[in-house]
Design a protein around this ligand. Structure first.
Ligand code: SF4
Length: 424
């Protein structure tokens, strides 16, 4: 029988919802479907702690349900996650007192900080006030989670990022259509079992075997225009809400490179370090600075470098810049004190072009997104400086938000083919 985590402290923080009793059994944890790899691996980690963790389904029907229960002015991840949860509740028939909804939060002006609160009000209205919301916060780099769970989630996130990056690095060039997806899906399944299991199988060894198999996929020697994808984390990563943006880039003849999910976790830790550096020194600040430093280097940085080194045979030219580099680039356009996604979007976009050789950038944001609106107002200037097309696409779950890619990709593919002929 499964049971939830057994520590009785504040490891699992709930917002505006009844506390999670560590001794309760048969608890169902619903995880929103933000990104196909990361959410499934995170759910697997939660299963290893005793939850019956399930990634909830998201589609046009669940979005319509969410829109019925929200005001209409919220950015689209809000109705999408809310509708998916309401649908999961109705379809599963789970008693609300046995349900926990995983909904991380963030501080600052961004509306993401309000999702969990709004959800708890909606559940209350539906008579599901007993649903618990597990809501770790960006304010402390998601430090509200139990240390062991947090570390395993970090490993899962890195593996998810690497699997996705490998698929996007190889798929556009595969000689046999579908081969990359077949190999990646096979290893994705294995990693899900590994993260859900006890004891833990050696993830590093598994990754090395996965990398070797992906590296052996026969590919053509052609090069395709690289398109960097930045923007709001939910929409840029969610194929349902962004109309399969990355695969659309591939279908139009390009290679897509997506800013990874781990970027946000590294950023929250780094930003906290910058804030602490401005605080007046005293014993408490000294301890916090030390913990922040250790966390950055021993927890986040160590494992990031470890796994990316293993993935080098496939990703040597698609490694991520350090978060310090991203912030340094982004702070040329917005001050670092302005916390949130704007600085990451601008900084990573610039590095995609200057460092990785991207020939275009897509800034993917939900309609009404606050950071998305800010970055969209700054990108024309950056576009002139970088001299590549930057598309600012807003998504609301309706229509084809990627139609703007068609002429740009046509131009990029045509001009790269023409330049090859000229140099032949
Ligand atoms: S970043 Fe944008 S989409 Fe995400 S919560 Fe904030 S305003 Fe909404």
């Amino acid at each position: 029988m499964r049971h939830p985590p057994s520590d009785g402290d504040n490891a699992m923080r709930a917002i505006a919802s009844p506390p999670i009793d560590p001794n309760e059994r048969d608890m169902v944890l619903f995880v929103p479907p933000m990104e196909p790899f990361a959410c499934q691996l995170a759910a697997a980690v939660f299963r290893s702690t005793g939850f019956d963790a399930r990634v909830i389904e998201e589609n046009a029907q669940t979005l319509a349900i969410g829109l019925q229960h929200t005001g209409g002015g919220e950015c689209v991840p809000c109705p999408s996650t809310t509708g998916a949860l309401i649908h999961a509740m109705q379809a599963s028939g789970c008693p609300p007192e046995k349900v926990v909804f995983f909904m991380p939060t963030a501080c600052g002006p961004c509306r993401f900080g309000q999702y969990a609160r709004l959800d708890s009000l909606i559940f209350e209205r539906l008579g599901w006030g007993a649903i618990r919301i597990l809501s770790p916060s960006a304010e402390n780099a998601y430090g509200g989670l139990r240390a062991g769970v947090r570390l395993r989630l970090w490993h899962a996130l890195l593996i998810a990022d690497i699997l996705r990056k490998m698929s996007m690095r190889i798929r556009p060039y595969e000689l046999e259509a579908g081969e990359t997806d077949r190999v990646i899906d096979k290893w994705f399944e294995k990693f899900q079992q590994a993260f859900a299991g006890k004891p833990k199988p050696p993830i590093s060894r598994m990754l090395a075997a996965a990398v070797a198999e992906v590296a052996a996929i026969p590919t053509s020697q052609t090069s395709k225009p690289l398109v960097g994808v930045v923007g709001e984390i939910y929409v840029r990563c969610d194929p349902f809400l962004n109309n399969d943006l990355c695969r659309r880039i591939e279908a139009l003849g390009g290679e897509a490179a997506l800013a990874p999910i781990s970027e946000w976790v590294l950023y929250t830790n780094y930003h906290r370090g910058m804030v602490l550096a401005c605080e007046k020194m005293g014993p408490r600040v000294a301890v916090r600075r030390l913990l922040n430093y250790l966390e950055r280097h021993l927890l986040f940085g160590h494992w990031e470098h470890h796994y990316y080194r293993i993935a080098d045979p496939v990703l040597h030219d698609r490694r991520e810049p350090s978060i310090a580099e991203v912030i340094a680039e982004g702070s040329k356009h917005v001050p670092w004190q302005f916390a949130g996604e704007s600085i990451l979007t601008l900084g990573r976009a610039a590095l995609f072009v200057k460092r990785d050789g991207a020939q275009a950038v897509v800034n993917a944001s939900p309609m009404f997104c606050m950071p998305g609106t800010i970055t969209t107002s700054i990108f024309p200037k950056l576009e002139r400086e970088l001299n590549v097309p930057i598309l600012c696409n807003f998504y609301d779950g309706s229509g084809d938000g990627n139609q703007s890619l068609v002429p740009v990709m046509h131009y990029l593919c045509h001009s790269s083919a023409a330049s090859k002929v000229a140099t032949a």
